[in-house]
Design a protein around this ligand. Sequence first.
Ligand code: TXA
Ligand code: MG
Length: 340
Amino acid sequence: MAHLLTKTATEPTFNEAVALLKQDRLVAFPTETVYGLGANACSDSAIKRIYEVKQRPAGNPLITHIYSADQAAIYAKLSLLAEQAMLHFWPGPLTLVLPRGENCPISMLCSAGLPTLTLRCPAHLVARELLRRAQMPIAAPSANPSGRISPTCAHHVAQAFADMPMGPDLIIAGGRSAVGLESTVLDLSDPATPRLLRPGSILQEELEQVLGVRLTAQEASHTTTSPLITAPGQLSSHYAPTLPVRLNVLNPQPDEIYLAFGPTLNTNAAHTLNLSEQGDLAEAAHNLFDYLHMADKLALTANDASNPAIAAIAVAPIPATGLGLALNDRLKRAAAPRPS
Ligand code: TXA
Ligand code: MG
């Protein structure tokens, strides 16, 4: 990709972004979770372009971003439960899988063969301003090539597509994403059996308390051979850095980059990056993808005589409670065997 344009969120940038979206081009933009790769959700050709640029498998559906909860009824069938979830958590990092509405104008390609539509109303001011000005629903997966680490700043997006044949036509910079992990995905397509498909910063217990329901546990991993995937992001290798990842490590090796958690003494690791000295899960979530990106970069520059080659990323144990569940979910996928 020869020219990747990153611009700050000014009036002319928004104007350019809206013009590009209207021409079925792709605009990467910040959200509070991760950066998204946005396109006009109602245009087949724009959505095709997202799949092409990300090299995303066609069976993996996209999230459509909307400006406000009021717009959800235009696109999806809403149950009482969905209304309650939107009222309480939107705008914010909760994504809802809902039955597609009749005459829904959103491209069928966003649903990837499923009878459902996935909606999210982001809280980030730049995302909101873009949605307000564009006056269209914006489909946006995370702005990374398929299977790679999600971007939490504009620089990650530019870097990730630098060597790819295609990329976003514009990247709107908006600082580091506050949450740092992708949104919680809640499947309300059958309100009788609400399911948590992807853990995120809105926790299962919070959802259960507010909605007054029990969520069924996330389904066991799907295989790539499933004919219809309910939540494809759930499986296997995903969010993968270039380096192999080892989990629950207390004693890293000298050829490893160590992602520590909590107070750490000196380790033998080649480099140590602490996700949170205080052992704070929100801080660790905010830092995780950034540190995985950084580790990959360190490994690239380490292969000279003064620096031994880096063999892997070793990650300290992270408690599997609260936000720790989402962190461990992403780490497990980063460590999963890669497709060859
Ligand atoms: O925080 C986020 O959600 C970010 C920002 C940009 O909004 N977006 C994001 O999109 O993470 P993506 O495409 O990287 O992840 C969406 C996940 C995928 O695992 C996809 O399989 C699942 O949501 N998904 C989307 N539509 C679905 C549907 N109809 N049924 C089940 N899973 C769905
Ligand atoms: Mg993604």
